[in-house]
Design a protein around this ligand. Structure first.
Ligand code: ZN
Ligand code: ZN
Length: 270
């Protein structure tokens, strides 16, 4: 079993529509005995009328109740932080303030705008857009320390109208090298986000995601930490495309993935 280390519930993530019970039951029915819960925590997010943060003490308390009820089924407690340059220090402080198994770091905004809603960035030349997006992630890894995983590096592609819009190594080698260099030197993991795969599949993509040259480059530079996450928000999406992602990683010669417990990597054979 490969752990799905990236999931949301409606109890703490404002955009999620599944309860913890629904999520656990679905995971059990698919043969899993462990999951990662990584609720959204966005400091100074765009003003969309939603509350993208939650009470950390309440999360602590609730999580203990979930664990007690889940019994042998293992729940990994995590947070997914949304990065912006001006909140880097605050993220590190919050991440260190409560006991967590795993911290994911994400870039959900481009130039302060939510590209899921505001589509302007997609009018930019793809290379320029991808270059700036990867550089923000590299900066995030340079400025922040208290995290474990870089989530969905391909998030900007996920919501492009063109489902064949991909970040590739050929297009932005310097930016990808900059990102991987800092990730590898700080022992931060690279997430394969299977929801991104699903979205591209639905749109009729013509090449695999993440790009094989990117994964090969990560390994060639010394990267050993790969996580899998379905980023599920609603019932029916837990561990989506896991079988395909595992086969894909194996075809590229990868042998193992990791999940995090108390911020330590635990390896699982593919
Ligand atoms: Zn995310
Ligand atoms: Zn997420």
């Amino acid at each position: 079993m490969i752990t799905d280390g990236h999931n949301h519930t409606k109890h703490f993530s404002v955009d999620a529509g599944q309860t913890i019970d629904e999520l656990i039951n679905e995971a059990k029915s698919k043969g899993f005995n462990r999951i990662g819960i990584t609720e959204h925590y966005e400091i100074d997010y765009v003003d969309d009328g939603l509350n993208w943060m939650f009470d950390l003490e309440e999360y602590n308390r609730t999580f203990e109740e979930w664990r007690a009820k889940a019994g042998d089924f293992e729940l990994l407690k995590g947070i997914e932080f949304g990065y912006q340059t001006h909140v880097a220090e605050e993220i590190d402080k919050v991440a260190a303030s409560i006991p967590l198994d795993v911290v994911l770091m994400s870039v959900h905004l481009f130039r302060g705008k939510d590209f899921y809603v505001d589509r302007d960035c997609y009018k930019m030349p793809a290379k320029e857009l991808h270059s700036e997006y990867i550089n923000i992630m590299a900066e995030m890894c340079e400025k922040c320390n208290n995290f474990d995983v870089v989530a969905h590096y391909d998030y900007i592609n996920r919501y492009a109208d063109n489902k064949n819009d991909f970040i590739t190594y050929e297009e932005t080698p310097k930016e990808i090298d900059r990102l991987f260099e800092v990730m590898i030197s700080k022992d931060k993991a690279l997430e394969i986000n299977t929801k991104s795969i699903q979205k591209h599949k639905d749109g009729g993509f013509t090449r695999w995601l993440p790009d094989s040259a990117i994964l090969n480059r990560y390994r060639d530079m010394g990267g050993k930490l790969i996580t899998l996450g379905s980023d599920s928000h609603f019932p029916g999406t837990f561990a989506v495309c896991f079988t395909e992602a595992v086969e894909y990683l194996k075809s590229l010669g990868f042998k193992e993935t990791v999940y995090y417990k108390d911020h330590k990597p635990f390896f699982e054979s593919l």
